[in-house]
Design a binder for this molecule. Structure first.
Ligand code: GTR
Length: 429
């Protein structure tokens, strides 16, 4: 029997589309009733099935094990502090921002050589501070010059995302000065007695997939094929934050024992990983970090592991791709990333319209980390149910879901400042 030509075409179309799509793609799920059934790995049971019964067992056995699992399966292994790294303070202005702040800018050269990779740290401290200042540090998306209109901020020379809006041929121009100021309320931060330090994330690793040829990766990678646990871009950005901490330890104006690391979105994922790895960070803040950050992977709600690995193949290590559409096979989930911060205070913030980042999955991570916080003798998360919109909960774990969408907003900063006041034992405002 002869098939009608239209049927043949239809069969062909299906075959072609299947070949083009490759393995089955998950549709984006925003329906709570369609979240798959899942069981989270227990942060308090070791890989060989032992119950973690006390703080000592967490510290000496389970915490190192969980950290290693995240390195191997999610973010990759980063190098340590480079032996020849140098810091050069190239700007120190006591009367910046109309006399309200002291501004410092520091050139970090990772290998000590001018052409050996580096980053510029921009720092504002309250003017006339009497002693070392507790400081927030976070990477920025648009360049240090974009965080405020201060004309003395050095323009980045590294590769810049985007075109137009102050970026020409992937280089920064003056036109972008202050463009992201709504995300960086410097005046408010210094008025509350805190410092702010920020670094353009592209100084550390430009955010596009080039096979790890640019940025810090080639400075430290061995030649040849990259292993499945080789560090991706998030691990590189987090490594850059640890290098900023190395600098803070050398600066008497900065209270390096009271540093809060924060980040938004992909840089929120980065802040969590930086704070998980490096216990020198006293508070860790994730703003709308979503998939690969605070949101549980197993819920596959909004952005999934497969989607993120496809859109951003350079963010995570190669091994993470094994879990595309197989989240249940992961030996960890993101509640264990939050738990790695324990017993230090951690804050996870969501925005109600930012469903791509799965606010509920972010809350459930906090809840899943709570047993570790309690085992370590802290208050943990004071609630069991997700709080209503704009009703923050501040325990040792802080959480809020703000009205509005994906952004680092003034409301978020208000909470972070209050949370820091509380945990750094400063007068509450
Ligand atoms: C999105 C990505 C998210 C989030 C965001 C951002 O495209 O899917 O995971 O990181 O970018 O960083 O702005």
């Amino acid at each position: 029997m002869l098939l009608h030509w239209t049927s043949c075409l239809a069969v062909l179309a299906v075959l072609v589309s299947f070949a083009a799509a490759g393995p089955k793609r998950q549709a984006t799920n925003y329906d709570e009733t369609k979240v798959p059934e899942y069981t989270l790995p227990d942060p308090l049971v070791t890989a060989d099935g032992q119950k973690v019964a006390d703080a000592e067992a967490w510290r000496t056995r389970r915490r190192p094990e969980v950290l290693k699992l995240f390195q191997t399966h999610v973010y990759g292994v980063a190098p340590g502090r480079p032996a020849k790294m140098t810091f050069k303070v190239f700007d120190d202005e006591p009367k910046a921002l109309d006399g309200k702040a002291r501004r410092k800018q520091v050139a970090v050269r990772f290998t000590g050589k001018e052409d050996g990779g580096g980053m510029d740290i921009l720092i504002y401290l309250p003017a006339g501070a009497k002693g070392p200042v507790a400081t927030f540090v976070g990477l920025n998306f648009g360049g240090n010059h974009a965080i405020g209109p201060d004309p003395a901020i050095k323009l980045p020379t590294s590769w810049m995302r985007g075109r137009g809006k102050g970026v020409v041929d992937h280089r920064a121009t003056d036109a972008a000065r202050g463009r992201s100021r709504s995300r960086w309320p410097v005046e408010k931060i210094v008025a509350r007695g805190y410092g702010l330090a920020t670094i353009y994330y592209g100084d550390i690793d430009p955010d596009f997939h080039d096979g790890f040829k640019n940025g810090v990766h080639p400075l430290f990678d061995k030649p040849g094929d990259r292993p499945g646990d080789a560090w991706g871009s998030i691990a590189a950005w987090a490594w850059g934050l640890a290098r900023a901490m190395d600098y803070f330890e050398t600066d008497d104006a900065i209270d390096h024992k009271h540093i809060a690391v924060l980040g938004h979105s992909r840089l929120g994922k980065t802040a969590l990983w930086a704070g998980a790895r490096d216990e020198r960070f006293a508070i860790v803040i994730s703003n709308d970090s979503g998939c690969g950050g605070a949101a549980l992977s197993r819920r596959a709600f909004g952005e999934t592991v497969q989607r993120i690995n496809t859109s951003f193949p350079h963010w995570f290590c190669g091994n993470f791709k094994r879990y595309n559409a197989k989240e249940g096979d992961l030996p960890v989930d993101q509640h264990m990333l939050v738990a790695l911060v324990a017993p230090r205070p951690v804050y996870v913030a969501s925005a109600v319209k930012d469903r791509w980042a799965d606010p509920k999955g972010e809350f459930l991570s906090c809840l899943g980390a709570d047993p570790v916080y309690r085992l370590l003798g802290t208050e943990g998360l004071p609630v069991k149910k997700m709080p209503p919109v704009d009703k923050p909960v501040h325990g040792t774990i802080g959480y809020h879901v703000r009205s509005g969408g994906h952004d680092l907003a003034d409301y978020d900063w208000q909470q972070y400042l209050t949370f820091a006041d509380r945990h750094f034992s400063r007068p509450q405002k």
